[in-house]
Structures are given as structure tokens and as C-alpha cells.
Design a binder for this molecule. Structure first.
Ligand code: HEM
Length: 521
């Protein structure tokens, strides 16, 4: 009995020593920024650092980072912790500008952790770094020129008109429509037909396989929470434990569809002049020429790895169309319709502009005609301001960076966060930011505002490659729906809307329920 008591006492003593040491170890880790001479105005939580609300899925990440941004007024940059991982939030627009542009060679990457050996689809333009990214960006840019995308407008218009037809029945019986889902199906169909030349039929069939992939990609799961925690605490464990970011069955489905389509086109000598065609041409070139390699050197320290454009690389770039273009465009549309429903005078002005263009051009829609619609552009810009689909941007330092007008130097390997949602809702740049005011985007207003106060597509060499295409897709859908219907809020929509804490992009929690009524001709 005495022996047992001794053993128990010993065990308890060990437990106390271990937990106390661990506690002090964690506390020490939270002094990182202090030791570096960087301000950390908010007290971190011992487990979660400054991201407790996000990890527990209580607050949407954009709003949570905004709470850090707005509670640290007076600082140009502040340190914070994602778990114990130190990150630097930039608050000053001049520093932000430098990070995106002048200091691009210091900040060429986002710092997204990925493992393209385990998950080939993750080695894409969004995640890739250094030389590989630069090679691909140069190779893929021709797919997004005005000349290329203007030819895609008819395909997009076809899907927009299908959406108009789908809305006929609910318009007749005055039934509410969940717009977020409808627009996600529209985006899925547009991307698949435009990028890969195949019909996914998500508009006709909400359970189409591609729509399921999209739904899975942008929802939070236990796996994604574990991944985020590991990413902050011990990134090397992600590979070791083989924690995936995409469910294997969906990744396999996507990969096989691309692989089969490539094989079919190769065997039957089919050319469609779309994104997949461009990728197939690059793949046929196999190793990139040495001439291209030398032209594409990022900086003198950049390693020129042997970069083969394999089937895996090809599929990953197709995948980036999906992750880059699908959710962002449908979110932009969802919030634009939401604001139009709440601001009938803005809706009427947009319809007047659309009607006059329809009369002038006999109902035909072209890229050039879209450019004529300046008010529509202002509406979409304001929706992107209020609800930027990508709420925070990141860049990772590949060398030390001394922050201007300070004694503080950021170490190599650390990540900076640019809190786009917070900046877009900062009254210093946007008076009464909660109001939807398209007139903020007249040429004069744009000219009078600091350029880097508006970042829905990011900035610098890593600016969104699909910006023009995304804007075109959004405008075509608005054009067709507003020319046929009036939009109003369903009484089931609770205001103010809550943004979904379970997704990274801005999303209305519970959906977006709107009514459509046919306009009188
Ligand atoms: C309204 C629609 C869209 C919005 C709001 C949007 C927003 C963004 C943002 C904020 C970034 C990060 C930029 C940065 O870090 O500076 C980005 C990157 C990217 N976007 Fe988009 N995007 C949209 C549509 C699209 C479309 C249609 C595609 C189709 C391909 C696309 C593909 C990409 C890719 C590949 C990147 C990574 C670029 C690189 O690192 O070189 N996006 N997008």
C-alpha cells in the first residue's frame, strides 16, 4: 500500500512538472514577437493564440482578423499568433503596397503548405513557389488575355440564359430561391465548359458530381481543422501523417475526368482552343527550353529545378480554375443580388442601363458591350468591397525585411497577413462602410482614394490571373437576370446577415433566399 502511494505521488509530481514545463514553454513561445521588438497589443490565448474564435468556428475569419485590425489602431503592423505560429498583420497601406510590388522578390510566395507528392492537385499556380510558379504563370497568362476570354462570352451567356429559364417557375408561383446554391451551380457549369470543354449539367442537376466536389472543397471539416492546427504547430507532420486537404475520392474523380478528357482529345486529335488545349500544348513541349528557363529566373538565389510538365501538373492547373474561379465568382454574384434586393433604386438604375444596351445592340451580348456598362461595373466593385470573397491575403518572406520607418526586421520564413475584409470596411477609407454605395467607384472617387485600400483581386505579380474572366462571368449573369426579373428579399432572410464561420470565403450563413418576379416589358 505504501509502495502504491509512493508511486502515485511520483506520478503526480511528474504530471505537475511536465504540465508546468509545457505551460512555461508555451508562454515562452508567445514572447517571440516581444523578443523581436514587434508590438503584440492583444493578449494571446495559451492554446489558440489569437485565433480561438476562428478555430472554434464561432466567428468568420474575415471578421475575426478585422477585430484584431480595429483593436490595434495606431500601429502600422502588429504581431499575432495562429496557435503558436507567429504572423505579422500589416495595417499600413504603404507597407502593403511595398510587400506586393517593390519588395516582391522578398515576398514572392503565399506560404500555403501543400504536398504535391501526396496530393498532386495541390501543386498549382495558387500554391506553387519560386521558379515553378514563375514558369507556370508565364505559360498560363496567355489563356487569360482579353483576346482569349472575349471568345468565351457566348458559352457563359448560354448558361446565364439557362439560369433565367430555371427561375421561370419560382417566379410564377412566387417561391423563394436559394441564390447561393443556384449561382454555385451556374459557376460550376461555366468553368467546366469554358476550361475543359465538358458539360457538368449542375444547373439541371444539383447533385452532379462536379458540384459535389465544389461543395466539399469550400466547407470546413474535421480534417481541415486538424490540418490548420498542424499547419500552425508542426507543418512537417502534415506530410508525415498524410493529412489530406482534398478528400481522396473527389481528388481521384477530378483527376480521372481531366486525364480521360486529355486522352480522348489526344486519341481523336481534337482541338477546342480552350484552357485545356493550352495546357496540353505545354505538356507536349515536355521540358521547358533553356532559353525560357534563363528568362524566367526569379532572383539570383532562385533554384532552377528540373520542372517537367507532367499529367499531374496539368491536372493541378485545371484544378486551380476550379478552386480559383468557382466559389469567388458565385459569392460575388450572391452578395451583389443581395444588395440589389435591398437597394431597389440601385437595381432600377442597373436595369435601365441594361435595357438601353439591349435596345442598342438588339439583345446581343459581347465583351465590348459589357465594358460600356459602367454602372454595372460600379455595382460589382462595391459588392466586392463589402464582401471580398478572399478575406485575407498572405505573403511569406524569403529573406529578412526591414519594415520602413521602424527598427523592426521581419525574419526570413515568416508570413505577413493583409486583412482585406478589414481594410475594405475601414471608415478611414470608406465612410459609412456598412452602406452599399456604388458611387464610391466613379473614376473621380477611385482617383481620390489610396489604391491599396481596395484589394478584392490582390495585387502585384501574384494578382488574380482570372480577374477579367471572373468579372465577365459575374456581369453576364447579372445582365441576363436583371433584364428579365426584379429581385427582392425573402421574408425568411434574417438581417443583418451573419457570415458563415465555417467557410474561409465570405458566405451568408444559412443561404441567400430571394424572390424573383418577371419584369413587365
Ligand atoms: C470574382 C472573381 C474572383 C475573385 C474575387 C478572385 C480573387 C482572387 C484573389 C484575392 C487572389 C489572390 C491574389 C493575391 O494573392 O494577390 C486570387 C488568385 C488567383 N485566382 Fe482569382 N479570383 C476570382 C476569379 C478567378 C477565376 C475565374 C480564376 C480562374 C482561373 C481565378 C484564378 C486564380 C488563380 C490561379 C490565382 C493565383 C494566381 C497566382 O498566384 O499567380 N480567379 N484570386
Amino acid at each position: 500500500m505504501v509502495l502504491f502511494d509512493c508511486l502515485l505521488l511520483n506520478l503526480m509530481a511528474y504530471a505537475v512538472i511536465i504540465s508546468t514545463s509545457f505551460y512555461f514553454y508555451l508562454r515562452y513561445r508567445y514572447t517571440f514577437w516581444q523578443r523581436q521588438g514587434c508590438p503584440v497589443p492583444l493578449e494571446p490565448n495559451i492554446i489558440y493564440g489569437h485565433t480561438k474564435e476562428v478555430t472554434k468556428m464561432k466567428t468568420w475569419v474575415g471578421e475575426h482578423y478585422a477585430s484584431i485590425y480595429f483593436n490595434t489602431n495606431g500601429y502600422k503592423f502588429v504581431g499575432f499568433y495562429q496557435f503558436q505560429k507567429p504572423k505579422l498583420m500589416l495595417r499600413d497601406l504603404n507597407i502593403i503596397k511595398d510587400v506586393f510590388t517593390k519588395e516582391f522578390s522578398t515576398f514572392p510566395n503565399r506560404g500555403i503548405v501543400f504536398d504535391d507528392k501526396l496530393e498532386p492537385l495541390t501543386g498549382n499556380l495558387l500554391t506553387l513557389e519560386g521558379h515553378k510558379w514563375k514558369v507556370l504563370r508565364n505559360k498560363l497568362t496567355p489563356a487569360f488575355t482579353i483576346g482569349k476570354i472575349k471568345n468565351m462570352i457566348d458559352l457563359i451567356d448560354g448558361r446565364a440564359q439557362e439560369m433565367v429559364r430555371i427561375l421561370e417557375a419560382p417566379a410564377v408561383i412566387d417561391e423563394q430561391v436559394e441564390f447561393k446554391e443556384l449561382l454555385a451551380r451556374f459557376s460550376t457549369d461555366v468553368i467546366s465548359i469554358v476550361a475543359f470543354g465538358f458539360e457538368t449539367n449542375s444547373l439541371a442537376n444539383p447533385d452532379a458530381e462536379f458540384r459535389k466536389v465544389g461543395r466539399m472543397l469550400f466547407s470546413t471539416s474535421i480534417e481541415s481543422i486538424i490540418r490548420n492546427a498542424l499547419n500552425a504547430l508542426a507543418p512537417s507532420l502534415i506530410g508525415l501523417l498524410k493529412v489530406r486537404s482534398i478528400k481522396k475520392e473527389y481528388a481521384d474523380f477530378f483527376y480521372n475526368v481531366v486525364n480521360d478528357t486529355v486522352r480522348y482529345r489526344e486519341e481523336n486529335n481534337i482541338q477546342r482552343n480552350d484552357f485545356l488545349d493550352l495546357l496540353m500544348k505545354i505538356k507536349r513541349g515536355q521540358n521547358l527550353s533553356s532559353e525560357e528557363e534563363s528568362k524566367l529566373v526569379l532572383n539570383e538565389n532562385d533554384e532552377k529545378e528540373d520542372f517537367k510538365f507532367t499529367m499531374d501538373v496539368l491536372a493541378a492547373q485545371c484544378f486551380v480554375w476550379f478552386i480559383g474561379g468557382y466559389e469567388t465568382s458565385s459569392i460575388t454574384l450572391t452578395f451583389t443580388f443581395f444588395e440589389l434586393a435591398q437597394n431597389p433604386e440601385v437595381q432600377t438604375r442597373a436595369q435601365d442601363e441594361i435595357d438601353s444596351v439591349l435596345i442598342k445592340h438588339n439583345g446581343k451580348l459581347t465583351y465590348e458591350i459589357l465594358q460600356e456598362m459602367t454602372y454595372l461595373d460600379m455595382i460589382v466593385s462595391e459588392a466586392l468591397r463589402k464582401y471580398p470573397p478572399v478575406p485575407n491575403l498572405t505573403r511569406k518572406a524569403v529573406k529578412p525585411y526591414k519594415l520602413p520607418n521602424s527598427d523592426f526586421t521581419l525574419n526570413k520564413g515568416l508570413q505577413v497577413v493583409i486583412p482585406v475584409y478589414a481594410i475594405h470596411n475601414d471608415p478611414e477609407y470608406w465612410p459609412e462602410p456598412e452602406k452599399f454605395i456604388p458611387e464610391r467607384f466613379t473614376e473621380e472617387e477611385k482617383h481620390n482614394r489610396p489604391q491599396y485600400a481596395y484589394l478584392p483581386f490582390g495585387a502585384g505579380p501574384r494578382l488574380c490571373i482570372g480577374m477579367r474572366f471572373g468579372m465577365m462571368q459575374v456581369k453576364v449573369a447579372l445582365f441576363r437576370i436583371l433584364s428579365t426579373y426584379n429581385i427582392s428579399l425573402s421574408k425568411n432572410m434574417k438581417l443583418p446577415i451573419k457570415l458563415n464561420p465555417k467557410t474561409i470565403p465570405a458566405n451568408p450563413e444559412g443561404g441567400m433566399f430571394l424572390h424573383v418576379t418577371k419584369r413587365k416589358n
